[in-house]
Design a protein around this ligand. Structure first.
Ligand code: HEM
Length: 166
């Protein structure tokens, strides 16, 4: 599926003609859009665990933060691999600047998750304040990456299917 545009620029018209259907999908539903909920939720859960540890000093929250940080990284890498496949395979996705903005924000986000996990593995005592600061930064970048990902779907119509029978 391509997008229609009234923009007079021939460059924008050429981009709008390119296919923006998802290439990595189950029955037309993009797998990346299904997968991103996990790193987003786990990064926020890491921040929550750190705040509860700061508040209660209960070592349970240290362990919860370690697991949440590790899985935010692992699921972030998995979601990014699928997103990268979409970026490289679909002409209308890779020719939009918004896709690359989203990819850069997402890579920053996944890198922060990885650093947050390794810091905890190597020096558990570093959770306060370094781990907490990384979790806060991770939450900010979740928002940035998620916002730009949402723009791809809601503004650019990437991966959207409009069926004739409603
Ligand atoms: C290099 C890594 C990534 C690339 C190239 C990428 C690319 C894309 C693409 C092409 C879409 C449009 C939907 C589709 O075609 O599947 C999208 C949507 C989205 N992406 Fe990513 N992505 C990456 C990593 C991430 C990560 C780590 C997150 C987590 C914050 C994320 C969050 C989102 C969100 C929230 C959407 C909109 C989904 C929806 O509204 O249902 N992306 N991304």
């Amino acid at each position: 599926m391509a997008k229609s545009t009234n923009d007079p620029s021939p460059v924008i018209q050429a981009v709008a003609k390119k296919d923006i259907s998802s290439a990595v999908a189950i029955a037309g539903h993009p797998i990346h859009a299904m997968a991103v909920h996990f790193p987003i939720a786990l990064a926020i859960a890491t921040l929550g665990a750190d705040v509860f540890y700061w508040w209660s000093a209960d070592p349970f929250w240290l362990r919860a933060g370690l697991w949440a940080a590790g899985f935010s990284f692992a699921t972030g890498v998995a979601a990014s691999l699928v997103g990268t496949a979409e970026l490289l395979l679909v002409p209308g996705i890779r020719s939009r600047a918004a896709s690359w903005t989203h990819a850069i924000a997402a890579m920053m986000f996944v890198s922060i998750c990885g650093m947050n996990w390794v810091v905890r593995l190597v020096t558990p005592d570093a959770v306060l304040p370094l781990g907490l600061a990384l979790s806060g930064l991770g939450a900010v970048f979740t928002g940035l990456a998620g916002w730009h990902g949402g723009k791809l779907i809601l503004h650019h119509g990437v991966g959207i299917m409009v069926s004739d029978d409603g």
